[in-house]
Design a protein around this ligand. Sequence first.
Ligand SMILES: [Zn+2]
Length: 410
Amino acid sequence: MLFIRTTFFILLAAHWHLGLSCPQSDHSHPTREKAAEIARNNNARRDVRNVPAPKKIAIENVRVFDGEKLLPLRTVFINGDTIVPYVKGADVVDGNGGTLLPGLIDAHTHPSTVDHLETLSSFGVTTTIVASCQPEAICESIQNHTGLTDVRFSGLSANAPNSTHAKLLGLLPNETLTSPSQAPQFVDDQLAKGATFIKIVAEQPDSTTLDQDIMNALVDAAHAKGVRVACHAAGYAAADRALTARVDQLHHVPQDTPTDEPLIARILAQKAVSIPTLSIFRQFVMGGAAPPSAYSAANASAHELYKASVPILAGTDSNSNPTLGLPFGKALHDELELLVGAGMSTVDVLRSATVLAARHNLLFDRGVVAPGMRADLVLISGDPIANISATRDIQRVWIAGIEYEEVAAA
Ligand SMILES: [Zn+2]
């Protein structure tokens, strides 16, 4: 059992390492070279796709999810990259009585190529939060691809030099932290590289993990700069340490002992949010990398957090690891179903991937269908409040007003 649990934590970390197929090998050097090559390819594809210019569009005959309910049939107007109350001379799109959702937001992914962005786009994921940027060359190269999923990233995740994650990620000593005094510089370095939030890895405590003092100092330094802190915490003791550090977002949920009343009381008091990532737990159980109890604990945590009114964001941990990867885009639709399975209402599940995901990632220009907002929209044919699986039936996707035409059937 202990072996299985340890393996699970290693694998949970391992998928972050681009191209990592064997957690035992040292991939740091080849991975960095490979990353540079991937980044060059990504940059070479910037602006060479045949991207239509933003237009004036009138999407007629659609119900609109307003964050609480479906509004009666109406017309939604887009002018360029923005939703507007009305615009003259618009091209008309017939929504055929379908439902218009705000573009979906996946709050935890690891895309590394433009192809990954294309896939996310095709499934209606118009914004994604890239939870740690390792190897670093990648993140900038997947930003600002017009007409594709909008990317926000964290920079390097904060780790101790000899921790499990540092080894698996192939971090160099100067990319890790050994003292609280290094925290302000670490935060400044990530922000200078374009990070919009800071990511800390809280492992189950042992002699190799990041000290509590360092975690506390990182959160203080990030908050002093007005940025939020996301924390990997896949075990109960790790979540406890994350909360002691006063992080803003708890990514994953304990897969050993479910989140209980004492932890929840602290989460509520600190106004933290949870990104349970049930899909990756399910993936590990299905792949034999974790015992079934890992999923039941994760599911129980999500259930208790929701019951206590902790804000839940939909995140998948989708990644391209060859053995335990999770498909981009499709995984978000799976996650929505798994969150319903954990007891959430369909309305709250839709909010977890739209308005709440935007608000808690400080993306105030999106997450709702309203004039003035970014024209990130997903047209589906059914009623996702009646049945969450309706989100899979995607008809059309717009990203900042540009239609992504190769939509997928999720
Ligand atoms: Zn992850």
